[in-house]
Design a protein around this ligand. Structure first.
Ligand code: AHN
Ligand code: ZN
Length: 333
């Protein structure tokens, strides 16, 4: 009896608090008891959702396309409007198929003068090929990348909005990497190289946006918006930045979200955090979902399919990940 009581009371309290806050309707009821003292302002999952949708509304953000150009302009404008110091890195990079791609990394900095910093990052491009779609006819069609791309960036724009209202003590860089998802498609019969992925983060890691850039740590957000996603502890994150994994999963647990942040090993994923760890030498973790029992993909049923669109994004997932990040950031001194 006691045990059930403990679970129900925090959920009820949370519901009451949420109802009283009309600006925030996407709060997710904690799965477990909340033991953390919440210090950060409220992250707004509905606002993050609107930013995810705004990106998707441009169409697939495929490098060298007009939607990519327009969305990049929108991001620069949005972050500037929200009080960030925005830096862009533009260059041409070579893709696996020999294509020359107009790369554009977009960095939004808060307190750029501070030597005490953390970085949050996500990729903003979307995949040109739905090579995991159940229908082979779609394998060459670009995806919206609502989860795979826009979700992490949507959270970062909402973080920016929160920073403008109340600046955290620590400096923060919100880094939108380009061309994570231009990796060699499944249907290509030639050689597949891991380095065909993560072109923007490789570039940034060799040449950061400011000379001698450093941060205490980085958090990569990749596919942080789907309904029911669980975030296991990704292998390279634990290997390169174990204390950061602990910090974030402990915080999520203390906030009553341990059910969606299991303290269990996930897969070993090639992602933007690899160059950040190996080339820039900044400890960086990856918050990325794992679906242990999903037959279509361990990243979930919509991964690299045309179903990775706004209809599968859940403001409650964005809310949960965003609030954990807020709590971590506002507790850095
Ligand atoms: C590979 O499948 C090699 N990496 C997954 C990284 C990724 C793709 N994240 C989003 N899209
Ligand atoms: Zn992808």
């Amino acid at each position: 009896m006691k045990k059930h009581f403990l679970y129900i009371v925090p959920a009820l309290l949370f519901a009451l608090i949420s109802c009283g806050n009309s600006s925030n309707t996407a709060t997710v009821a904690p799965l477990d008891e909340v033991t953390a003292t919440i210090k950060a302002p409220d992250f707004n999952g509905d606002s993050a959702y609107a930013y995810v949708k705004a990106q998707c509304d441009f169409g697939p953000r495929v490098p060298n396309g007009t939607a990519h150009d327009k969305c990049g302009d929108w991001l620069v404008q949005k972050f500037t409007e929200l009080g960030a110091t925005v830096t862009e890195q533009k260059d041409n990079v070579k893709a696996w198929d020999g294509a020359s791609l107009k790369m554009r990394n977009i960095i939004a900095s808060y307190k750029p003068e501070s030597g005490k910093r953390v970085m949050i990052c996500a990729h903003w491009d979307s995949r040109p090929w739905a090579d995991n779609d159940p229908d082979p006819k779609n394998h060459h069609t670009p995806i919206d990348g609502a989860d795979d791309g826009a979700s992490g960036v949507g959270i970062m724009v909402e973080l920016a909005r929160q920073f403008q209202k109340q600046m955290p003590e620590i400096g923060v860089d919100l880094i939108c990497f380009d061309m994570e998802d231009y990796g060699t498609p499944d249907w290509y019969e030639g050689e597949h190289d891991d380095k065909s992925w993560c072109l923007g983060s490789q570039y940034w890691s060799h040449t950061p946006h400011t000379a001698g850039y450093n941060a205490r740590y980085g958090v990569l957000l990749d596919m942080v918006g789907n309904r029911n996603s669980s975030f296991y502890q990704e292998y390279f994150s634990t290997r390169y930045a174990k204390s950061i994994v602990k910090k974030i999963w402990n915080k999520a647990g203390d906030m009553g979200m341990g059910g969606r942040f299991p303290k269990k090993d996930g897969g070993a994923i090639t992602d933007d955090h690899i160059p950040v760890n190996e080339i820039a030498k900044i400890p960086c973790i990856d918050i990325i979902p794992m679906y242990p029992d999903c037959k279509e993909s361990s990243f979930g049923p919509t991964w690299h399919t045309l179903s990775d669109n706004i209809s599968n994004i859940d403001p409650a997932t964005l809310q949960m990940v965003g609030q954990v990040l807020m709590e971590v950031i506002y507790n850095e001194h």
